[in-house]
Write a protein that binds this ligand. Sequence first.
Ligand SMILES: [Zn+2]
Length: 443
Amino acid sequence: MKVYKGHILYTKDPGRFEVLENGCVAVEADGRVIGVADCPAALDCADAEVIDFGDRLLIPAMIDLHVHAPQYRNLGIAMDLELLPWLQNYTFPEEMKYADLAYAGRMYRRFVYDLWRVGTMRSCVFATIHTAGTRLLMQLFQEAGLGALVGKVGMDRNSCDGLTEPVEEMVKGYEALIAEFNAPDARVRPIITPRFIPSCTPEMLRACGELAARYQMPVQSHLSENKDEVAWVRELEKESSCYGDAYDRYGLFGQTPTVMAHCVYTKGKELKLMKRRGVMVAHCPTSNLNLSTGIAPVRHFLDEGLCVGLGSDISGGHDLSIFRAMVYAIQVSKANCQQHPKWPFLTLPEAFWMATKSAGRFFGQVGSFEPGYEFDALVIDDSDLNHDRYSLLERLERYIYLGDDRQIVHRFCRGKEILLPATWPAAAGTSAAGASVSAAILG
Ligand SMILES: [Zn+2]
C-alpha cells in the first residue's frame, strides 16, 4: 500500500471539483484507490509508504476516447478539406503505408511516446486494416505500460486500392489478436472497429457484430459526423431508420460496450436509441472545427443522460493533449450557446469530468480517486505558472488553459509510475538532443 500526498483535485460529479489541500490518496498494491483524506491516519494506513509531492497538484490522468494512431504523421497538416475528400486524399494514402512494419514501428512509437508525454494514460485507438501493424501498436502500448483499447480497422469498400480487406481475413486477424491479448484484466486489449458504414459492406458489419458478440468485445466507430456522410449512409442503408440504427441492426450499437465518435448530427430517434443502448459519445471538438464538420450538441447529450468523453481524433484534430480538448470543448459549446440559448455552455468541472471519470467508464473504474477506482494520476508542478496567490482551483484552471507536458512530473497508470525509457524517442528516429530532452522530462 502507498499513500500519495499533494493538492488533490478530481471530479466525482460533473457539477464541481473535489479539492483537498495537502490531501492524501491511499492506493492498494493492486493499483486501486482505497480512499482520499486529509491525513494518512484518517485512511487507516499509518504504516504505508508515504510519497509526498509537496506543493504540486495531483489529478486523475487524461483519457482519449477517440484517436487514430496511423494518422500521427499527418498531425497539423492537410486541413483544407471536409471529411470525405479528406479521407480519400490524405488519410487513406497515409494508412496504406502501415503495411510496412518498419514504418509502422517508427510512427507508432512516436505516437505512444507522445500520448505518455501529454498525460494520456488510457486511450481508445484506431489502428489500420493491417493485423501485424495493429499487433505492433498493442505491443508498444504494453511496453510503455499505458492502457489502450486498440482496433484493427474493418474496411472492405469505398477506399483506395490496397486499403481494404476481405471479411474472412478481417475475422482471422481479429481472432489472432484476441487470442494473443487475452490476459485477464489486461491493460491493452482489442476493440472491434468497423471504420464507418460507408467503408463496410453489410457482410463486414455483420462479421464485426458477430465477433463482438462471440468474444464479448467492446466496439468503436464513427457516427453522424458530417452532413455528406449522413446522406451517404441514408443511401447505403435504406432500411435503417437512422445512422445509429444501421449499426444496431448488425449488433454494433450497445450490444457490447460501444463508443461512437462525433455524433454532431445525432438527434431524435438516434439519440433515443443511444440512450436506450447505453452507447457512449466521444466528443472531438478540434476535429469538428478543422474538418468544418459542425458542433456536437454536448449539453443536450448530457441533459439527456448520455455518457460523453473527449477525444483528440488525431489527425482530424491537431492536438494530442486532452487538456486542450477540454478547452476546445468549452469554447465550441460557447459558440453553440449563441445559436441555441437553451443549451448553456460547458463549465470547467464538466469538461474535466468528461475527460476523466465519464470517459473512464469505458475502461471500468478509471478517472476518479473514489474508492475502488484504478489509480491513474498525474502530478503537475505548476510553479512556473503559480507566480501569485492563486487558489488551487485557479491553479488547475490555469494549468488546463496555459500548461503543457513540461509541468507533468509524474504519471501513474493503475497504481504504477510510468517512466518511459529515454531511448524511446531516439529509437523513433529523433536526434540525440531529442533523447536528452526526454531524459530531462523523465528526471
Ligand atoms: Zn475518427
